[in-house]
Ligand binder design. Structure first.
Ligand code: ARG
Length: 473
């Protein structure tokens, strides 16, 4: 008997270099638990449809379970010459239970098997990533319960001072981005959670299988309908890698912002020392390396997505061995983002805003200029005219190196007759923040409402960690 499960037709042994080149067990062994789960479901289905006997099924299931325990305990030697995790487990089964084990692969191929395993694995990872995002959202919302909740921050566009925003508004901005990421994950999960097993190699099988039984057993929401499509489809991998890249981009932008904020030049933020590292030469350094790596790791996650897209392009139907190259990139994106999210949450929770440093410079940058312009508009001045008038007032204030609120009343009145002493009610960042009225604005009452909604949503979040309806709240 040949050493390879596919060896019948061959009359020459595989070149050792080919074995090494084609093996995937060195990295796909992490799919072992999902492979075993899938195989048990397949065996049970074969017994229910009468393809194998109940006793044969019992032996196969017991053998697979035992192999699972051995692998978990580190007592299983994966053999590279057996290519992948699937053939390693199947070979071990035959070695343990004899010929009955040779029936397991009835009505399936490794093509639908690997896709099933990978989908089961992705489903678990989507749930884990979702749970990690919820923790990060909680960290952001949790900041609003601290004493720095009422801090006013300069909001930026083009990294130039623009308009004032409440710190809580800023925290919630990231919650919104992360919420969309959760929605994307939930949506991706629906397409991940479709059963390919039973499509066999590419065309289906003549064996009387029942795919619905397998789908029910494994918790798949649906069964993929076209064997030629599903046996080689990896859209779900692309989709998950793409959602992960989007999360990476969100975290990277946040990390960049906090790296800047923690500089002496900004001085907005004190990072917790447990999340910083030092310099081997400069004794005074406390560096934001974790944030820098979160920013940097976005590069590899984006690279993984690009690599996967290039891998998939130009592949004819159905399975091609190229697809084996999907795993390391996907694994890397998942591992990377779980690690980033896990560190981001405590960093967000424990960093401290430097209230004084922030407050002492809030009167710079004319953060209240737009509010003053809108004050004029509300008194009937056309927007373009109001913009011009306030622009000139700002220029005057700049020349005198004072904030708008320090200009004398006469200056405002000569700029426009309807600028009376009530301008001082909208000048200064505290007034400016209060003056906002629109839904979704940084007005304190608006922000309070949003905060309440977020607290509520995230409280519900605990029970939703693994579920797709968690974004419909
Ligand atoms: N290890 C392969 C993969 O990861 C699955 C095996 C399919 N191989 C084959 N010759 N049909 O894609």
């Amino acid at each position: 008997m040949s050493d390879k499960p596919w060896g019948g037709v061959f009359h020459e042994a595989t070149d050792r270099r080919v074995e090494e080149f084609t093996q995937s067990v060195s990295f796909d062994q992490r799919l072992y638990a999902h492979d075993i789960r899938g195989s048990i479901a397949h065996a049970r289905m074969l017994a229910k449809t009468g393809v194998i006997s109940t006793e044969e099924c019992r032996q196969i299931v017991a053998g697979l379970e035992q192999i699972g325990h051995d692998i978990a305990a580190g007592q299983f030697a994966f053999r590279r010459e057996l290519e992948d995790v699937h053939m390693n487990i199947e070979r071990a089964l035959v070695e343990r239970i004899g010929d009955v084990g040779r029936k397991l692969h009835t009505g399936r191929s490794r093509n639908d098997q690997v896709s099933t395993d990978l989908r089961l694995w992705c489903r678990d990872q989507v749930d884990a990533i979702c749970a990690a995002i919820i923790e990060l959202q909680r960290a952001f919302v949790g900041r609003a319960d601290r004493e720095d909740a009422d801090v006013i921050l300069p909001g930026y566009t083009h990294l130039q001072r623009a308009q004032p925003v409440l710190a809580a508004h800023y925290w919630l901005a990231y919650c919104e981005k992360l919420q969309r990421d959760r929605e994307r994950l939930a949506d991706c999960r629906r397409r991940v959670n479709q059963l390919p097993l039973g499509t066999a190699a590419l065309a289906g099988t003549t064996i009387p299988i029942d795919r619905q039984i397998v789908a029910d057993e494994l918790g798949f929401e649906g069964i993929l309908a076209n064997s030629l499509d599903s046996s080689g489809d990896r859209d779900f991998v692309l989709e998950l890698a793409s959602v992960l890249a989007t999360i990476a981009v969100h975290l990277s932008g946040w990390a960049e912002e906090w790296i800047l904020w923690s500089t002496t030049e900004f001085g907005f933020l004190k990072l917790p020392q447990q999340f910083c590292t030092g310099s081997s030469i400069m004794p005074q350094k406390i560096n934001p390396d974790v944030l820098e790596l979160i920013r940097g790791k976005a590069g590899r996650v984006i690279g993984n997505l690009t690599g996967l897209l290039v891998l998939m392009k130009g592949l004819p139907l159905a399975y091609n061995r190229d697809l084996q190259e999907d795993k390391e990139r996907l694994f890397d994106s998942v591992d990377t983002m779980l690690a980033c999210l896990e560190l981001a949450a405590p960093l967000v929770a424990e960093a401290e805003l430097n209230r004084e440093a922030i407050a002492s410079r809030l009167d710079r940058g004319y953060l209240d200029a737009t509010t003053l312009m809108e004050y004029l508009i509300l008194r009937g001045v056309p927007q373009r005219t109001a913009h011009e008038i306030i622009g000139r007032l700002v220029a005057t204030a700049m020349q005198r190196r004072v904030p708008l609120a320090d200009l004398p009343l006469e200056e405002f009145q000569s700029a426009h007759a309807s600028l009376d002493k009530s301008v001082f009610d909208v000048l200064g960042v505290e007034h400016a923040v209060e003056a906002f009225t629109s839904f979704g604005s940084t007005n304190p009452k608006q922000v309070e409402q949003q905060l309440a909604a977020w607290r509520e949503r995230l409280n519900q979040g605990t029970k939703l960690i693994s579920h797709r309806d968690d974004t419909n709240d």
